[in-house]
Ligand binder design. Structure first.
Ligand code: C2E
Ligand code: MG
Ligand code: MG
Ligand code: MG
Length: 287
């Protein structure tokens, strides 16, 4: 390879990098306007108690629809929002919107809200949570904050202090995507979690894959030993659900039990309770 060729490759690489950075900045700019422009909305995915089949709560998931780009997936725009700091503004919107929605339900179901590391580590976070609970009137125990392990390792002391503060309000905290981050086992003991959510990568084909099954059983044992309920994420088939039922997994979430959708779709559940969920889960388990 000649030197000139190397230089050209480098220039090409530089140009590509420049374009990628430009693309990210453009998304960032559009995302900034999305907040005020009404392009954001929340969808809700049911969370089900496996033994009874009852809906116990909903996870709020952020959606961004841009006129030009169409639907931009969270896996694309959340990281950009985190790097630019815009996630704080987005997160404030999500928290208020989700709590306001949940406060309007007749049934006392939980609403789970994802909190990014940047939000958790900002000094005002616990105060903001308190403020939103006061403003919306949502009882604290009906709010569950979902936090990933990666959010904890940035500054363990700060994270622990923030979690203790929100816990002291009566808010619940969940460890999200368990098993995919670092030093899982020490985190689960050091932080005051109320529930462990096993990442969906371990639930996929858990009924057929011995290794996945071994990991899931280990996490269920861990939960039992620590007195923490475990929720399985990403249940897509009746066989996966049956495995989790047989292993006494407390709760579950996934396309097989209910896809994320506008809250209107779940109106009967939030108005009249989980009888729908019961029937649905029973039917799902039998199918
Ligand atoms: P997460 O918190 O682990 O949320 C679960 C994700 O799995 C959601 O993707 C959901 O739609 C998807 N999912 C649920 N059931 C199934 C299933 O059975 N199969 C498969 N393949 N997927 C399933 P979504 O909505 O695209 O969100 C992706 C991630 O983006 C979330 O993962 C969360 O980390 C982040 N996110 C979403 N909304 C927010 C938010 O408001 N704030 C923050 N900070 N992050 C958010
Ligand atoms: Mg989550
Ligand atoms: Mg998750
Ligand atoms: Mg995730």
């Amino acid at each position: 390879r000649s030197k000139a060729e190397g230089r050209n490759t480098y220039r090409f690489f530089e140009a590509k990098m420049g374009e990628e950075a430009k693309g990210r900045r453009l998304i960032e700019h559009e995302l900034r306007r999305a907040v005020s422009g009404g392009e954001l909305k929340l969808v809700y995915q049911p969370q089900i108690q496996i033994d009874s089949g009852e809906v116990i709560g909903f996870e709020a998931l952020l959606r961004w629809h841009n006129r030009r780009r169409g639907d931009v997936p969270p896996n694309v725009f959340i990281p950009i929002a985190e790097e630019s700091g815009l996630i704080v503004e987005l997160g404030d919107w999500v928290l208020l919107e989700a709590c306001r929605e949940a406060a309007s339900w007749d049934e006392p179901l939980t609403v789970a809200v994802n909190v990014s590391a940047v939000q958790l580590h900002s000094q005002e976070f616990p105060h903001k949570v308190h403020d939103v609970l006061i403003r919306t009137g949502l009882p604290p125990h009906r709010l569950e904050l979902e936090i990933t392990e990666t959010a904890l390792i940035k500054d363990m002391n700060r994270a622990l202090a923030a979690l203790r503060q929100v816990k002291s309000l009566g808010v619940r905290v969940a460890m999200d995507d368990f098993g995919t981050g670092y030093s899982s086992l020490s985190n689960i003991r050091a932080f005051p979690f109320d529930v462990i959510k096993i990442d969906r990568s371990f639930i996929k084909s858990v009924d057929k894959n011995e290794q996945a099954a071994a990991i899931v059983r280990a996490v269920l044992g861990l939960g039992r030993g620590l007195g923490l309920p475990v929720m399985a994420e990403g249940i897509e088939t009746s066989d996966e659900l049956r495995f989790l039922t047989d292993e006494y997994c407390a709760a579950g979430q996934g396309f097989h039990l209910g896809e994320p959708a506008a809250i209107e779709h779940f109106d009967h559940i939030v108005r009249t309770g989980s009888r729908f969920g019961k029937r649905k889960a029973a039917a799902a388990a039998a199918s």
